[in-house]
Design a protein around this ligand. Structure first.
Ligand SMILES: Nc1ncnc2c1ncn2[C@@H]1O[C@H](COP(=O)(O)OP(=O)(O)O)[C@@H](O)[C@H]1O
Ligand SMILES: [Mg+2]
Length: 211
């Protein structure tokens, strides 16, 4: 759908710990929107395709090492790399469905012990999402899903800390928590409702900045 009404796109982020279904749900949501003739684009962070993303990939796959502060700043820079493009897409009416964003960056780094305010500072000024959907799973449901991967961070004890940090970052003015412990299709239906409502309500609201 072209931007016939001059309306900007909505910026929607899915957050949550590993294996809550973020990646598969984001992609499914984009397909559903496109089928309904609503212009939408999938994006994810970290974006391993950029120069900075290559360094992040080396770190996540344990080939390279950085200090906690250093890798935090690389994850942030990876978002700054995509900002101009994101603004352009939103202004042209494309809805962005984004798989992780600054909240993952801050939750993961602060879960390692870095000061949360220090972690938030370089994210300040990035685009603020219209809606953050936090996918939640109880520790029992998460264990049932099992099969964490081999990358750094994919360890249940670390994931528990991340969940705690998300709850500190949660801002009810633009966050919505949704229990992911249901069938894939039932969860898609819940998410799609929230996404459509946000797209409809974005109206003349200007784009805002984070923190
Ligand atoms: N609602 C669900 N119920 C059971 N398993 C699911 C559900 N959603 C996703 N999964 C499975 O969980 C795993 C992680 O999904 P993924 O979308 O990669 O999550 P994330 O991006 O949050 O890590 C996949 O193997 C997927 O098939
Ligand atoms: Mg994923």
């Amino acid at each position: 759908m072209s931007n016939v009404h001059g309306k900007r796109g909505a910026f929607i982020v899915l957050e949550g710990c590993d294996r809550t279904g973020k990646t598969s749900q984001c992609k499914t949501l984009v397909s559903k929107l496109e089928q309904a003739n609503v212009s939408a684009r999938y994006m994810n962070f970290p974006d391993r395709s950029t120069q900075c993303g290559q360094l992040i990939n080396g770190y996540l796959t344990r080939k390279d090492d950085f200090t906690d502060e250093g890798i935090h700043l690389l994850f942030t820079l990876n978002r700054w790399e995509r900002m101009k493009e994101m603004v352009k897409l939103l202004e042209s009416g494309v809805n962005l469905i984004v798989d992780r964003y600054s909240f993952s960056g801050v939750a993961f780094s602060s879960a390692k012990g870095l000061d949360m305010e220090w972690c938030k500072a370089p994210e300040s000024g990035l685009l603020k999402p219209d809606l953050v959907i936090l996918l939640t799973l109880s520790m029992e449901a998460l264990a049932r899903r099992g099969g964490f991967g081999d990358e750094r961070y994919e360890v249940p004890t670390f994931q528990r800390k991340v969940i705690e940090k998300y709850s500190m970052l949660k801002d009810d003015r633009y966050w919505k928590a949704i229990d992911a412990d249901k069938t894939f299709d039932d969860l898609t239906a819940d998410l799609y409702n929230e996404v459509l409502r946000t797209i409809e309500n974005v109206g003349e609201k200007p784009l805002e900045k984070l923190w």
